[in-house]
Write a protein that binds this ligand. Structure first.
Ligand SMILES: *Cc1c(COP(=O)(O)O)cnc(C)c1O
Length: 347
């Protein structure tokens, strides 16, 4: 597997390695000790993060998984709080055990529609059910929808869902915006607009933005103070983390360049759609993700057939596989991947 060129590794945009400019920023970073609150690069990153997300304050954490956990712990201090989220979100699929174990929430999975958002009727029914028992409730939305089609949920959808949840009794709306930068670029909106409907937001620095490590939590100042204490308790407080923050600042400076990844993903989607027998999902607002299936072939088998042709993807539920495009991919990969898919389809 080690011989597979990066050109054809479409498993995730977490696979972006720090490039020369990022390594230079990292090498030159002035550092302090963030446990003492005097690391200048971390302070700059948290200020930039708060501005970007349109929140009073932001906190730098080691991963988006920890950011989501800290947000839920800060929002839901009582065991038995109901955490409502789409059944095919990162939180429901990969963070469920940690959420139940450490935040002691009850997970309430919601069916997601074609756009990746929880259906409004299912959401209202679930919130009402919890409200009847007087249970505290947190809604976690995800944008973009990474196990779905990578669709960017637009502002109207986010506003409506957050509004319905609050109206029927949810006390807190969290947004897992690990790829919110992709959503903002795809929709042509500032990130802060898309974060506005949520009380707290997770923003990943290590996906398409290409930082080696890290995530931001944005929220109001008192929430971020609580989150800072929880981060310490979880062992997520770091010391000379300015080296990581410097790389992350470099990544933030190029946020607009995600448009290049989106253009390449669109080209890939067109090429794959022309492969006989292949079906390509058409989300309303495509970002850097392309999902594909061969009817009658399950996702694990399709992943295997593509891997035999040196194209790496991740299988999703219901027969789809996911390609994630990032800045290390080149146009030249498109016809190579289309040929591999044709081969996998038996063509
Ligand atoms: C990647 C991702 C995460 C987890 O990020 P890590 O930094 O790998 O922990 C959480 N939520 C979503 C939507 C993601 O895409």
């Amino acid at each position: 597997m080690s011989a597979v060129p990066v050109l054809l590794d479409f498993r995730s945009d977490t696979r972006t390695a720090p490039d020369a400019a990022m390594r230079a920023a990292l090498a030159g970073a002035e550092v302090g000790d963030d446990a003492y609150g005097d690391d200048p690069c971390v302070l700059r990153l948290e200020e930039a993060g708060a501005r970007l997300l349109g929140k009073e304050a932001a906190l730098f954490l080691p991963s988006s998984t920890m950011t989501n956990l800290v947000a839920v712990l800060a929002a839901a201090p009582h065991p038995g709080t109901r955490l409502l989220t789409g059944a095919h979100t990162h939180v429901a699929r990969f963070e469920d055990a940690g959420m139940r174990r450490f935040a002691r929430v009850e997970m309430v999975p919601l069916a997601q529609g074609d756009d990746g958002a929880p259906g409004p009727d299912a959401l209202v029914a679930a919130v009402r059910e919890g409200a009847r028992d007087g249970r505290p409730q947190v809604l976690s939305l995800e944008n973009t929808c990474m196990l779905h089609t990578g669709n960017a949920l637009d502002l109207a959808a986010l506003d409506r869902l957050a509004g319905l949840a609050r109206e029927h009794g949810a006390g807190h709306v969290h947004l897992d915006g690990a790829r919110l930068a992709n959503a903002a670029v795809a929709l042509g909106l500032p990130v802060e607009k898309l974060a506005a409907p949520a009380d707290s937001v997770t923003f990943c620095l290590a996906k398409g933005l290409g930082a080696p490590v890290g995530s931001l939590l944005g929220a109001d100042a008192s929430f971020v103070d609580r989150a800072r204490e929880l981060r310490l308790q979880l062992g997520g407080t770091m010391h000379q983390s300015g080296v990581l923050a410097a790389a992350a600042l470099e990544g933030l400076a190029r946020l607009d360049r995600l448009a290049d990844d989106h253009a390449l993903a669109a080209a890939l989607a067109r090429a794959l759609a022309s492969v006989p027998g292949a079906e390509v999902a058409e989300p309303p607002h495509r970002t850097n993700i392309v999902t594909v299936r061969l009817p009658g072939v399950d996702a694990a088998e399709l992943r295997h057939r593509l891997a035999e042709r040196e194209v790496l993807v991740l299988p999703l539920d219901h027969g789809w596989v996911r390609f994630v495009v990032h800045r290390e991919h080149r146009d030249a990969a498109v016809p190579v991947v289309a040929r591999a898919l044709a081969g996998a389809a038996g063509g």
